[in-house]
Design a protein around this ligand. Structure first.
Ligand SMILES: NC(=O)c1ccc[n+]([C@@H]2O[C@H](COP(=O)([O-])OP(=O)(O)OC[C@H]3O[C@@H](n4cnc5c(N)ncnc54)[C@H](O)[C@@H]3O)[C@@H](O)[C@H]2O)c1
Length: 252
């Protein structure tokens, strides 16, 4: 399938994990991908590895919490590829997990600045480009934690519930411009960042409890994002697609 042939796609937080897998998937289907990340150290080798596979991926170092930097980077993406942005995937996250008593202001501020305000800034910068194209698709990464939180995740659960509200509000407002906005909510995905939250025995117990018998892989999430971002999702907007291997549906 080449569902993104020639389309300019922006993926935030693309230096590793799920974002890297999304960038790879969109590019493998013909997309011209701007891979954004705040960490140049991680982004450059990740993008070089994708380019070595023949994929059209370019690195953009950008802190999505910085509204002016986001506006400048979005303009640079259009200038670089010579076409407006058609697909935006808001994946970047800054997440820390702590008990309520240890949840301080700096932690909450950074969590929301990157994960929620960052989505507003990228949307604000990309929407005019999509409008000029006659439409576009936005996919925001939420989490099953929005509805079914794990413990010690107050700031993160608030962030991800906020992402769902933002997604629905943006879908309503931007529909007239033929811009679709949807959310993907992964369950437990075996990325470096998510595995670091637990010790090995806890991880093994949790993985065994997954109805499909395994954690999700970044590619599982990338497939769902690609569906929503592509023409196959042409009549889907304001939706949340839960991709958790049946975890949050199970009563076990
Ligand atoms: N891994 C999971 O199990 C899981 C579960 C549910 C939801 N999610 C969501 O999926 C997304 C990706 O998760 P992941 O596990 O791959 O995360 P990750 O921590 O591995 O990667 C996040 C990336 O975002 C980048 N980033 C951080 N702050 C940034 C900023 N200010 N500007 C630009 N980039 C920034 C990081 O450098 C990193 O490369 C996140 O939104 C996360 O909340 C993940």
């Amino acid at each position: 399938m080449r569902r993104f042939e020639g389309r300019v796609c922006v993926v935030t937080g693309a230096a590793r994990g799920i974002g890297e897998a999304i960038a790879a998937r969109l590019a493998a289907e013909g997309g011209r991908v701007a891979a954004w990340d705040v960490s140049e150290r991680r982004l450059l080798p990740a993008v070089a590895a994708l380019q070595a596979q023949g994929l059209d991926v370019q690195p953009f170092v950008c802190d999505v919490a910085d509204r002016a930097a986001v506006a400048a980077a979005m303009a640079t993406v259009e200038a670089h590829f010579g076409a407006p942005v058609a697909v935006l995937v808001n994946n970047a996250v800054w997440a820390r997990f702590a008990p309520l008593a240890d949840t301080d202001e700096a932690m909450v501020d950074r969590t929301l600045a990157v994960g929620l305000k960052g989505m507003m800034w990228t949307l604000q910068a990309a929407a005019p480009q999509m409008r000029r194209l006659g439409g576009g698709a936005v996919v925001n990464l939420s989490s099953t934690s929005a509805a079914r939180p794990v413990t010690q995740a107050i700031a993160y659960a608030a962030l991800k519930a906020g992402v769902l509200g933002l997604t629905r509000a943006a879908a309503v407002e931007l529909a007239a411009d033929r811009i679709r906005v949807n959310a993907v909510s992964p369950g437990m995905v075996g990325t470096e960042a998510s595995k670091a939250q637990f010790d090995a025995p806890t991880l093994a117990t949790r993985e065994a409890a997954m109805p499909l018998g395994r954690f999700g892989a970044p590619a599982d999430i990338a497939g769902a994002v690609a569906f929503l971002a592509s023409g196959d999702g042409a009549y889907v907007s304001g939706a949340e697609l839960v991709v958790d291997g049946g975890w949050t549906t199970s009563s076990l």
